[in-house]
Design a protein around this ligand. Structure first.
Ligand code: EPU
Length: 419
């Protein structure tokens, strides 16, 4: 038996939607919380499978976890540094944040190779380079890493690529290190600022998050605090694209417009009409859409996570659009599924060329990764007939109640179990 999402396409969406807190911030904030010596309360925690997996890992570590609605209270007072070799570690990519957090707190971590969406090769060499620069010894054997250090000492680390994961992992490993750590060519994503904010509320001394140079001055002790998570810019972007595809009028609440400027400016270039407020964006449907070219870049450039959802919309735009993904050259599996629904897409190495507009028809398609799933939901909303999406667990890893939110906007969407 497996779960599927069925969408009856062709209906106009109307109304408002409130965006949940950021998945990619939350999955780093949860491991970061264990660096504290007292309870940390995270507010606005999204109801997604990745959070459940991380809570399971916390329980393995004997961390007290209390889920109270949108609050997650993480109390690491009685924590034990257990080896993380359980299957849950391989369910998501973000389990690699326990490397930095446990190394930072205990000087030792043993953890299985993390999993997550397959988007082509996703090495973690820069994380390792960072840990080694702080004095750690890293060994890899039988599918797991053992990272140890008697005493971490701050150092200057230049990242060859501005990696989100490596920046956050090194920040966490360095909070208790002796002296100053400087991360050069650090990633600048908003999620990094959110993690630095939490660490600083806990008593750490992290400066420069959001720029490409971050300094961390080691401290002796960290304590509990309260932290409200930033809105999910990728979920907001997904709903913006949905609105552009099939809304009469959609109000998207709890969004930081600056975080998705690369997308809003691209949508305006396509002809989409919208009003951008302080924490709200209203999208008006019915505009004629024009083809555009998109190249994904690290923040503040166009997010790789949004190129897959946008591709579904580009099938409806007049002309030829080209998408280049400079972050993940193999992040194009959604195109094969969209082709099944009638899209005209040529897939190249790290690129796709979309000719539009083409009519889409409902079909049986498979979400091969999280944002591929989002792309197929959008295509399903546009398409004539019924779209049946398999691989729903990928979507549930990162979107909080996507079907509930869409139902409220007037979509015909439901889940079913099939053999
Ligand atoms: N890279 C290396 N070596 C490393 C680390 C990264 O070569 O040690 C390369 C990657 O292969 C990639 C590029 O550097 O080509 C950027 O990777 P990055 O480390 O920034 O990605 P990540 O931290 O693994 C996060 C998000 C992804 C998002 C990317 C890029 C989380 C948990 N994941 O991944 O989100 O696509 O940044 O913005 O924060 C998603 O939400 O669907 C998702 C996949």
């Amino acid at each position: 038996m497996q779960e599927v999402i069925r969408i009856e396409g062709g209906r106009k969406l109307n109304g408002s939607v409130t965006i949940s807190s950021s998945k990619n911030a939350t999955v780093a904030l949860i491991p970061a919380a264990i660096l504290s010596n007292g309870p940390v309360t995270l507010t606005g925690v999204p109801d997604i499978a990745d959070v459940e997996s991380l809570a399971e890992i916390l329980r393995i570590l004997k961390v007290d976890v209390l889920e109270d609605g949108q609050h997650l209270i993480i109390d690491p007072t009685m924590m034990e540094n257990t080896d993380l070799e359980q299957d849950v570690v391989t369910r998501l990519r973000a389990s690699y944040y326990f490397m930095g957090a446990l190394l930072g707190k205990y000087g030792k971590v043993r953890i299985k190779m993390p999993g997550g969406c397959y988007l082509g090769p996703r090495p973690i060499d820069l994380h390792i380079k960072g840990f080694e620069a702080l004095g750690a010894k890293v060994e890899y054997e039988r599918g797991g890493y053992t990272i140890t250090c008697d005493h971490l000492v701050g150092n200057r680390i230049f990242l060859d690529i501005a990696s989100v994961g490596a920046t956050i992992n090194i920040m966490m490993a360095a909070v208790y290190a002796d002296g100053r750590t400087t991360i050069e060519n650090a990633a600048k994503e908003p999620e990094i600022i959110d993690v630095a904010t939490l660490l600083n509320k806990m008593g750490a001394n992290v400066r420069g998050a959001g720029t490409n140079v971050i300094t961390i001055d080691g401290v002796q002790s960290l304590y509990g605090c309260y932290h409200e998570i930033i809105p999910d810019r990728i979920e907001a972007g997904t709903f913006l694209v949905m609105a552009a595809a099939c809304a009469e009028e959609m109000v998207i609440n709890n969004v930081i417009p600056k975080h998705i400027e690369a997308l809003t400016s691209k949508l305006m270039e396509m002809g989409v009409k919208m009003d951008i407020g302080i924490d709200t964006i209203t999208v008006y449907g019915g505009a004629e859409l024009h083809a555009v070219d998109v190249t994904t870049k690290p923040y503040p450039g166009f997010a790789t996570d949004l190129q897959q959802p946008l591709t579904a919309l580009l099938t409806q735009a007049q002309g030829i659009s080209q998408v280049v993904d400079t972050i993940y050259a193999e992040r194009f599996k959604h195109c094969i599924e969209l082709q099944r629904m009638g899209a005209q897409i040529e897939i190249g190495t790290g690129t796709s060329k979309i000719t539009g507009p083409t009519k889409l028809y409902g079909d049986k398609v498979t979400a091969t990764d999280l944002r591929c799933g989002a792309s197929l939901v959008i295509a399903g909303l546009i398409a004539e007939g019924i779209t049946e999406i398999r691989g729903v667990h990928h979507i549930d890893r990162g979107y909080d109640d996507i079907d509930g939110k869409l139902k409220k906007l007037g979509a015909r969407i439901h889940r079913a179990m099939i053999d």
